[in-house]
Design a protein around this ligand. Structure first.
Ligand SMILES: Nc1ncnc2c1ncn2[C@@H]1O[C@H](COP(=O)(O)OP(=O)(O)OP(=O)(O)O)[C@@H](O)[C@H]1O
Ligand SMILES: [Mg+2]
Length: 405
């Protein structure tokens, strides 16, 4: 992840030259021409560091610097003042405005780079730790239409992954109010997203997060949906983004039960997902919703990133659309078909025990175990675990049989 530098400089030529030089040093550069543009940029997409020219028309660099320091959740961003004026008075003025450092123009790019690195040392170290984030895999389950089996798939996938790799798996219910993941696992709602989101963004840390997760015997840890409608409003996209980034450091697998609409928090979640499972039923209204979702995914470039995995769920017994018609209209292949299995699902719900835990005799368990493997990290799929689980051995045995058949 390159370091994002916001360069604020009113002189066109200097701005262009510095942009080119900084890019050569490996930075991502966002060049803007004045203070108000800088403030707007900091608000919408905060950079890692800011290089601020002092003398600019309209608003000088000191004023812009003070305005940024006054933003509660942006005040931590390091600011280096750039100025042609090399005297003590101006330096003092810069530091008083809240600048972290001061560089005299025309600046030596090597010196500037070194100063950026000094100021960002804690961030760079954090990024180093975060590289383990890439080992995590976030999987979102989505349907624009209700009742397609989103919660069913999310719960079984999460429990399947936990049993397959003998790992704790995070299952987050992203439905704003009264979502059902905890119910499917028969968990009491001791705490929910609301207990997390009552805190300010910056106050949400690993400790607070662990205190609101609900453990399940399968190895799944649930982040449950709030009980009351007004609590749903506490969950903002910004908080969701922060929580997911924290969760990625604690869990290898994250599964999200998404609401049936593109809310802000849903979009934040989709954006941070490595895989998106699109669910649909073999009937026209569901197909239409899935096609709309597909178009949105195309716009968001999820199709080109190959993030989409399609599951066709037979939630009813007869007279569904033919598979080829579905694939043709959806313009996507169906990766998995879930059969109609009312008894198993109803029993599972009543017992609070997802079918994937029912063991090898259950056809649904077989399907969800194989699905968990199919959606696992590539490096997990490719290596034989030191202590393999019964689920892993069953999955591999089935693969072997299929190959030899
Ligand atoms: N393949 C299936 N066969 C039979 N019943 C199913 C199947 N898949 C899901 N169901 C049942 O359909 C109902 C809806 O499923 P589920 O709650 O998982 O869907 P959802 O998309 O999360 O719905 P909601 O809109 O309530 O969030 C549940 O009672 C579930 O047990
Ligand atoms: Mg649901």
């Amino acid at each position: 992840m390159p370091i994002r530098v916001l360069l604020v400089e009113d002189d066109d030529l200097t701005r262009r030259m510095m942009t080119a030089l900084l890019k050569k040093q490996g930075f991502e550069v966002i060049p803007v021409a004045n203070g108000p543009m800088a403030i707007a940029e900091v608000k919408t997409s905060p950079p890692d560091i800011i290089l601020m020219d002092v003398m600019m028309p309209e608003m000088d660099g000191y004023t812009a610097c003070r305005a940024i320091r006054a933003m509660p959740d942006r005040a931590h961003i390091p600011i280096i003042m750039l100025t042609a004026l090399d005297d003590v008075d101006h330096k003092v003025k810069g530091f008083e405005a809240g600048a972290d450092d001061y560089v005299v123009k025309p600046c030596d790019i090597e010196e500037l780079t070194a100063r950026i690195h000094v100021l960002l040392r804690p961030l760079v170290q954090l990024r180093g730790q975060l590289s383990s984030e890439e080992q995590a895999r976030a999987i979102s389950i989505f349907s624009l239409r209700g009742g397609a089996g989103v919660t069913t798939v999310a719960v079984n996938l999460a429990a399947g992954l936990a049993r397959l790799w003998n790992l704790k798996v995070l299952l987050a219910d992203m439905v704003e109010t009264a979502g059902q993941t905890a119910l499917f696992l028969n968990q009491a709602l001791r705490s929910t997203w609301a207990d997390l989101c009552r805190a300010e963004v910056e106050a949400i840390d690993a400790e607070l997060l662990s205190s609101v997760l609900l453990p399940h015997e399968s190895g799944v840890m649930t982040l449950a949906s709030p009980r009351r409608p007004e609590e749903g409003e506490l969950i903002t996209a910004e908080k969701v983004t922060r929580v997911i980034s924290l969760l990625r450091r604690q869990f290898t697998y994250l599964v999200f039960d998404l609401p049936h609409r593109f809310s802000d928090s849903c979009l934040a979640c989709l954006d941070q997902s490595d895989v998106i499972v699109l669910l649909l039923q073999p009937e026209i209204a569901s197909l239409r919703s899935a096609s709309i979702a597909r178009e949105t995914f195309e716009t968001l470039q999820y199709l080109s990133e190959k993030k989409i995995y399609v599951i066709l769920n037979w939630t009813f017994p007869r007279q569904g659309l033919a598979l080829q018609d579905i694939e043709r209209m959806l313009k996507l292949p169906v990766n998995l078909i879930l059969p109609y299995a009312p008894d198993e699902f109803v029993t599972a719900l009543n017992l609070g025990k997802p079918p994937v835990l029912a063991g090898p005799e259950s056809p649904l368990s077989v399907i969800f175990e194989d699905l968990a493997f199919a959606l696992s990290l590539e490096q997990h799929q490719k290596t034989t675990p030191a202590n393999s689980t019964p689920v892993w051995r069953r999955v591999i045995e089935r693969q072997r049989k299929r190959k030899s058949a």
